[in-house]
Design a protein around this ligand. Structure first.
Ligand code: IPE
Ligand code: IPE
Ligand code: MG
Length: 228
């Protein structure tokens, strides 16, 4: 569909999805894995270039320990499981964010997933873990100061452990009804189109992604210029 389309998703609403069913919040996180699989599947079919998914923010460490542990367990189990699928589908999987505070199991799963999928030439799937855009911006500035390197995109790429620079975000989707960025890709969303939907993440899937893409196609992007 698009040579360089970058879609980013704030996968929100797992806790409320679970609460409405009388389930623990962690059940919502487990249910969200299916949505993730479906969305990736459709992203591949629609030939999206880059898909960045917000899985765990640096502020999410403030949650109850039991919830954080459950999320880390899901990640440690799902990363290797999804790696096989990524290889089959020619997906390159990379993880952005800080790595120094993650449990060893998750860190090992990241290194395994990245190494096994690095030759993928199809969808570039990026998972944001222990990610804070502000933190990345500060680190990028520090990197430039200490290296004397003025290329900010390069510094930012380095700051959140990305493997390579990616195009700016074209479409930012947030599920769960909130209309905010919650410290996600502040720099890269400079001209992003925003799409907010009340559906909770476990209720979001390929069909809903198609609806968001259709809405995006109706937008007129001007980038500050006057349309001709
Ligand atoms: C998003 O769902 C998943 C993570 C932040 C890890 P939430 O857990 O934030 O769900 P709500 O917003 O409380 O419903
Ligand atoms: C943003 O959702 C982080 C992820 C979806 C991973 P939050 O639920 O943490 O954001 P706030 O607290 O509503 O801003
Ligand atoms: Mg939330």
């Amino acid at each position: 569909m698009n040579d360089s389309l970058h879609v980013a998703i704030i996968m929100d609403g797992n806790g409320r999805w679970a609460r409405e069913r009388g389930l623990p919040r962690t059940a919502g996180h487990h249910a969200g894995v299916k949505s993730l699989r479906e969305v990736v599947e459709v992203a591949v079919q629609r030939q999206i270039h880059t898909l960045t998914l917000y899985a765990f923010s640096s502020d999410n460490w403030q949650r109850p320990k039991s919830e954080v542990t459950a999320l880390m367990r899901i990640l440690a189990a799902q990363l290797p499981a999804q790696t096989a699928r990524c290889i089959r589908q020619n997906i390159r999987l990379s993880i952005i964010g800080r790595r120094d505070r993650l449990p060893e199991t998750v860190l090992q799963a990241i290194l395994y997933a990245e190494a096994r999928t690095e030759k993928g030439t199809g969808l570039h799937l990026r998972l944001a873990l222990d990610y804070s855009a502000r933190d990345a911006l500060v680190r990028a500035a520090q990197y430039i100061r200490s290296n004397g390197n003025g290329d900010f995109t390069h510094a930012l790429t380095h700051a959140y452990n990305a493997t390579c620079p990616v195009p700016d975000v074209d479409l930012l989707i947030r599920t769960g009804g909130e209309q905010r960025l919650s410290d996600f890709l502040l720099w890269e969303c400079a001209y992003a189109e925003f799409y907010f939907t009340p559906e909770y993440w476990p209720d979001f899937g390929g069909a809903q992604l198609d609806v968001a893409l259709a809405a995006f196609r109706q937008r007129q992007r001007r980038f500050g210029a006057v349309p001709v």
